[in-house]
Design a binder for this molecule. Structure first.
Ligand SMILES: Cc1cc2nc3c(=O)[nH]c(=O)nc-3n(C[C@H](O)[C@H](O)[C@H](O)COP(=O)(O)OP(=O)(O)OC[C@H]3O[C@@H](n4cnc5c(N)ncnc54)[C@H](O)[C@@H]3O)c2cc1C
Length: 279
């Protein structure tokens, strides 16, 4: 049987799946190209909070000095693995500029083959899922200072946190996992993670841009390519609107919101503007 496909979506995470959903609602034949299982990347074990308003970008005033201090603390919520990497140095430079501008507002090989360079650093985070203890709140919590989220998910209770700039290293650092769990009783004295029945320890890579804003739009060099990546800490929250916007760009419709700030070439030195709806 011959299968016709109008649109290829590369990556079957929350962003790719939502894009495929809205594209197929337009009547397009969509295929998702996924190197692993659908939803097996960062979209798998995250904190599951749909709260765009509660997330501030990583690039905030004072973050550089905090980051340097935290580099020497193996239990800190934010860590940069010291290493020589041109991509990391370039990303940190852009990050520093985004911090100082007071902007509060995964590496995909296919994109590299197209000679498109997106400054995205993978920022590792962990989650530990337990059986939900009886009497536990049904409301999620964000322990803001410790940067830990507690999310009740059906019969499970998930603790998530930490942010490590350590490249594509997917190893699990148990010291950091323990630091997440240790923070909990200080806020919620009735919850002692060491007494709970553990289901899973997970790590995932958040795709982080230097200024904390995702990339969404068409690169100037290609008229048949739309990029939607770099949703960092809030990709689950932003996946439905991202999928909708991708479908609008694909149909050459005016997007629901102005996409100028998300221009995919905004970090290019020679950047002079975007596509028809992105200036
Ligand atoms: C600890 C933690 C907690 C989080 N908590 C929240 C939260 O509470 N709320 C929230 O909104 N967000 C949260 N996030 C962020 C959220 O998980 C991510 O922003 C989101 O999952 C990114 O989705 P994505 O589709 O871009 O990436 P992914 O889910 O990683 O999907 C990308 C997919 O592309 C595939 N892929 C990669 N390269 C190729 C290739 N060459 N060919 C084919 N396929 C390829 C991968 O296998 C993967 O499945 C959290 C993240 C972490 C790590």
């Amino acid at each position: 049987m011959k299968t016709e496909t109008d649109v290829l979506v590369i990556g079957g995470g929350a962003i790719g799946v939502c894009s495929a959903y809205y594209l197929s609602k337009q009547g397009r034949a969509v295929a998702i190209v996924e190197k692993g299982d659908i939803g097996s990347g960062s979209s798998y074990g995250n904190a599951g909070l749909i709260v765009p308003s509660h997330s501030t970008p990583l690039a905030e005033p004072g973050m550089i000095s905090k980051g340097i201090k935290w580099m020497f603390n193996p239990e800190s919520p934010f860590y940069i693995k010291p290493r020589f990497s041109c991509e990391l140095i370039s990303w940190l430079w852009k990050f520093w500029r985004a911090c100082s501008k007071r902007q509060m507002n995964r590496s995909i090989p296919v994109i590299r083959d197209l000679k498109i360079k997106l400054p995205i650093q993978p920022a590792k985070g962990y989650s530990v899922t337990f059986k939900r203890p009886p009497g536990c709140s049904r409301i999620p919590f964000v322990l803001a200072e410790a940067k830990v989220a507690l999310t009740p998910l059906g019969d499970a209770l998930r603790f998530a946190g930490t942010l490590e700039l350590a490249g594509l290293d997917l190893s699990i650092n148990m010291r950091r996992v323990q630091a997440i769990l240790k923070a909990v009783p200080g806020y919620l004295p009735d919850i002692h993670p060491e007494n709970l029945e553990r289901i899973e320890i997970w790590r995932g890579l958040r795709p982080c841009t230097p200024d904390g804003l995702p990339f969404l739009g068409r690169p100037m060099a290609y008229d048949n390519l739309i990029l939607a990546a770099g949703h960092a800490m809030i990709g689950i929250s932003l996946s439905p609107i991202t999928g909708k916007l991708v479908s609008q760009l694909a149909a050459n419709e005016r997007p629901l919101i102005d996409l100028a700030a998300l221009n995919v070439e905004r970090f290019d030195r020679a950047h002079t503007g975007g596509g028809p709806w992105e200036t």
